[in-house]
Design a protein around this ligand. Structure first.
Ligand SMILES: [Zn+2]
Length: 65
């Protein structure tokens, strides 16, 4: 049996800070600094982010008859 050679998987691709594009710091991953982390958090709090996920829907639990 011959398996296609798989390329060695790198540990983890380096991520850039989503805020400023600098290399992320381990302590503040995936951000480069606490500042950028705070900026991102503020964005969350201000509601610019839409959180993906199952919609909270109380209906449809059963069938109405
Ligand atoms: Zn940054």
């Amino acid at each position: 049996m011959t398996k296609a050679a798989e390329p060695p998987t790198p540990l983890r691709p380096k991520r850039k800070c989503p805020e400023c594009g600098k290399p992320s710091d381990r302590a503040t991953f995936p951000f480069c600094s606490p500042r950028c982390k705070a900026v991102d958090l503020n964005r969350w709090l201000s509601g610019s982010y839409v959180i993906p996920g199952p919609s909270v829907d109380q209906t449809g639990e059963g069938e109405e008859s």
